[in-house]
Design a protein around this ligand. Structure first.
Ligand code: EPZ
Length: 438
């Protein structure tokens, strides 16, 4: 799909089910390399980033079979090569995290350095330092990171920032190291807990995941396992924003309330009514949302991945909101696109001042990254008139069947630039020439 066409103004109503979580899934797929055997992942989202990671694993000579219903079978008994293809790793940062598992399994790995992207430089220094602490000889050369180690050993790792990816990556690397590794100032995201639970099911000995101190006691070998992914909390937050911004009433199924709590607490401050159930939440709003301030932080703070959609909602809120992005240095590129739709936003460095306007108007906009695209979709759903959103390949990387799910809630949205299908008229539309339009 190259662009989306959205006609705003429809209240979203109904029930929608969330997919398995992208960010945990990619780390689990890299972790599957540790097992001499078959790993079966269940509830895998059909999204671009998962397809890219499948390509990476297949390029390593690992068997990957997709089955209907979101089942992915990965058999890493044989790993034919320990060099991950440059063009794939450059495309998706998460694929860099095959480095540690390859090193742990084969004693050597060569993986391209991931590029930065539109939200920031996203260096890998925590990953590099951690892997060196575990005994690897590491060289960065010609855009590649090359690592070698006869036997990895445990160590003490301190992360300057609680990096989710670095925590996941170093847990998978330390799982087969000799001795005990402790990661201090570890990330506490649900997806970190998910990866630890997955590794322990494979036979690893990991304690403390979900706290700032994670202890990994290395084992000799890990076996394949079957593991169901946790739901995508960022998708759930995005749909909650879509419900509020359209003053709708949406039941969002397949969520874990604890995972979305930081976000829901802030959403309630806007006047939204959020009813929580065991595996679902109902989000309603029957008036313009109220302004509120958000500051993104590592979990359990407000998630940076929902900063952009939430800001889209604040752009029509009553009052002025202050949005502070503390995780990435450049996560406001969508602001100019919202301003094109009539938003009143002043951005200075890591802060955006949003003065709510009564309504947005449809416009031609461009998505620059995954969550910026989500923000533009939410804005377009509420805007008066029609919007076009290009760069939709970014959205497809992380949202499974977004168009279909939104349409099931009543949204007027189409992909591939096809016109929004209006309800058929009772009278044939007649061209100027007099012949009816078929
Ligand atoms: C994960 O990225 C997610 N991606 C991101 O989601 C998410 O925004 C991020 O965690 C924060 O929650 C995946 O899990 C695939 P980080 P990750 O390492 O692990 C700095 C989305 O939209 N840092 O926690 O790469 C980094 O620059 C994506 O789904 C270093 O300085 O993020 C950033 O400022 C976007 N050195 C901060 O830490 C390092 O070695 C957090 O990054 C590593 C990170």
């Amino acid at each position: 799909m190259d662009k989306l066409i959205v006609t705003g103004g429809t209240r979203l109503e109904g029930t929608v089910e969330m997919s398995g979580g992208k960010n945990g899934c990619l780390a689990l797929m890299a972790g599957a390399l540790l097992a001499k055997g078959e790993t079966i992942l269940i509830n895998v989202p059909q999204i671009g980033d998962v397809r890219t990671m499948i390509e990476v694993l297949r390029a390593l000579g690992v068997r990957c079979d997709e089955e209907p219903g979101g089942v992915l079978k990965i058999d890493a008994t044989e790993i034919r090569t320990t060099e991950a293809p440059y063009e794939l790793v450059r495309k998706m940062r998460a694929s860099f995290c095959v480095l540690g598992p390859l090193l742990a399994r084969k004693g050597y790995a060569k993986v391209a350095m991931p590029g930065g992207c539109d939200i920031g430089a996203r260096p890998i220094d925590f990953h590099v330092k951690g892997i060196q602490t575990l005994g690897a000889h590491l060289v960065t050369d010609h855009g590649f990171v090359e690592v070698e180690a006869d036997r990895l050993h445990g160590g003490q790792i301190y992360l300057n920032f609680p990096s989710a990816g670095a925590t996941q990556h170093l847990m998978t690397t330390a799982a087969l190291a000799e001795g005990v590794t402790t990661i201090h100032n570890a990330a506490m995201e649900p997806e970190v807990v998910e990866v630890a639970a997955f590794l322990n099911k494979m036979g690893a000995r990991i304690e403390g995941a979900g706290t700032a101190t994670v202890r990994i006691e290395g084992v000799k070998e890990l076996r394949g396992t079957t593991f169901k992914l946790i739901p995508d909390r960022m998708e759930a937050g995005t749909f909650a924003v879509a419900a509020v911004i359209t003053m709708g009433d949406v039941r969002i199924e397949n969520i874990r309330p604890a995972d979305v709590e930081p976000f829901v607490m802030k959403l309630r401050e806007t006047g939204a009514i959020v009813d929580m159930y065991e595996n679902a939440m109902r989000v309603r709003c029957n008036a313009r949302p109220l302004a509120t301030d958000i500051m993104t932080m590592p979990h359990p703070g407000f998630p940076t991945d929902l900063q952009q959609p939430f800001a889209a909602m604040l752009s029509i809120a009553e009052g002025t909101s202050v949005v502070t992005e503390n995780v990435y240095e450049r996560r406001f590129k969508y602001v100019n696109e919202l301003v094109r739709m009539g938003a009143d936003i002043k951005q200075e460095g890591r802060t955006a001042i949003i003065t709510g306007v009564p309504k947005l108007t449809g416009a031609q906009t461009a998505a620059t990254d995954l969550r910026a695209g989500a923000a533009l979709v939410c804005a377009a759903l509420a805007a008066e008139g029609q919007s076009e959103i290009s760069g939709v390949e970014h959205i497809e990387r992380g949202y499974e069947n977004l168009v279909g799910k939104l349409r099931s809630l009543g949204a007027q949205i189409n992909d591939n630039g096809s016109e929004t299908k209006e309800a058929p008229t009772t009278e044939p539309v007649v061209q100027a020439s007099g012949s009816p339009v078929l």
